[in-house]
Write a protein that binds this ligand. Structure first.
Ligand SMILES: *Cc1c(COP(=O)(O)O)cnc(C)c1O
Ligand SMILES: [Zn+2]
Length: 379
């Protein structure tokens, strides 16, 4: 299956047959495949993201690296009188939607014959990449800030990844990882075009679950942006190949405490400037300056979407309300539900419109913080 890696910011493009994680000009890359999966016979393929393998740039579907990710439930729920659908993508092997991206990235690394990788993340991406690296038999070195909470690091270490604690800021951690990657391969989820390709399956799956229709809105938290980019690319693929009649509007949600994309969107800038970040319960999206900021904004604008911020109290309130309906997610995921309530109340969305909320991370990942917030130290 011929696939190319195309630069977002210059005319360069590369054959996907050789390992590469960014353009020679220093910019991020996008994966382009020659065709999409066939509509005919799709329902006889396995219920897994790998049924869309032609669109993922993986030559042989037998080379799939899988832990049973994907085909997560889509259930009804009402938020501020708006009847929405919740996409329970926190029901993934490592507890976050990132498994879709890791599965495809690790399959590609296997195709390339890569045996050791470097990643930097103290959270869900680190755990997800570590798990799929273990599954693929690839050695992973994960760089984390020394100040990262021990609970998060346990999962990464249990999968067998080697942890490197770097004192200093999140940015210094990235710099250390990139330096180490000169002797290995930098498999960063914030750069990898294959990681984004894996997230396109979220769009494919939602459309298929809706009988090959697009919702009017997709609401999702946004941090590094692989989720927004994957959703937009996935729905754009479906529209281009005639599977759906339109691309949904993306409502991308940030915590008010760390909202670089919101600042750029509000002031109509093309580029995203770094912001001062304040503490937030939505730690999965607390990214002061996303690498693909410009591309994330382009995707949101192309979808006629919006960027919204939510305050800490609204995030906690949404976390509690979802849990009271049996849906236990981490505050980062609940941020999207908090925005749904605000958008329904202020009339940005009409109550007759169909909205899908991506629930990205399991509440069990943040049990300590959730328990401390609602019950004090002891529940
Ligand atoms: C990583 C993460 C996000 C943000 O995803 P991006 O692709 O970085 O924008 C949202 N929610 C959770 C739970 C995450 O782990
Ligand atoms: Zn370039």
């Amino acid at each position: 299956m011929p696939a190319t890696l195309e630069c977002y910011r210059c005319p360069l493009r590369y054959d996907d047959a050789a390992p590469r994680w960014r353009c020679d000009c220093g910019a991020p890359l996008r994966l382009e495949t020659a065709r999409l999966f066939p509509a005919e016979g799709l329902d006889r393929r396995p219920r897994s993201p790998w049924r869309y393998h032609e669109a993922l740039g993986i030559g042989d579907p037998k080379a799939a690296v899988t832990l049973g990710e994907g085909f997560t439930p889509l259930i009804e729920h009402t938020i501020a009188s708006w009847r929405v659908l919740l996409k329970l993508d926190y029901l993934s092997p490592t507890g976050s939607f990132k498994d879709r991206g890791s599965a495809v990235l690790l399959a590609k690394l296997g195709e390339w014959g890569i045996t050791s990788i470097v990643e930097d993340s103290s959270g869900n991406a680190g755990a997800s990449i570590a798990a799929y690296a273990a599954r693929a038999g690839i050695a992973a070195d994960v760089y984390v800030p020394a100040a990262a909470s021990p609970g998060k690091l346990g999962q990464i270490a249990m999968y067998g990844a080697k942890l490197h604690r770097i004192s200093g800021t999140r940015e210094e951690t990235t710099a250390a990882a990139m330096k180490a990657a000169s002797r290995s391969f930098y498999a960063s989820h914030n750069w990898s075009p294959h990681f984004v390709a894996g997230l396109k399956t979220l769009a494919y799956e939602i459309a298929e679950q809706l009988g090959w229709r697009s919702p009017d809105w997709v609401l999702t938290p946004v941090g590094g942006g692989s989720l927004v980019l994957g959703l937009h690319q996935g729905f754009a693929d479906l529209f281009h190949w005639g599977f759906v009649d339109r691309v949904p509007r993306i409502a991308a949600v940030q915590a008010a405490a760390c909202a670089p994309l919101y600042e750029a969107w509000r002031s109509e800038h093309e580029d995203v400037a770094e912001v001062e970040k304040r503490p937030t319960a939505a730690e999965g999206i607390a990214i002061a300056r996303p690498i693909r900021g410009r591309e994330i904004l382009q995707a949101i604008r192309a979808s006629r979407g919006i960027v919204r911020t939510v305050e800490e109290e609204a995030i906690w309130d949404a976390t509690r309300k979802l849990a009271r309906a049996g849906v236990y997610v981490e505050p980062t995921a609940a941020a999207a539900a908090a925005a749904a309530a605000a958008l329904a109340k202020d009339g940005t969305v009409r109550l007759t419109e169909r909205g899908v909320i991506i629930l990205t991370g399991d509440g069990l990942k943040a049990s300590a913080a959730i328990t401390a917030h609602f019950f004090g130290r002891k529940p």
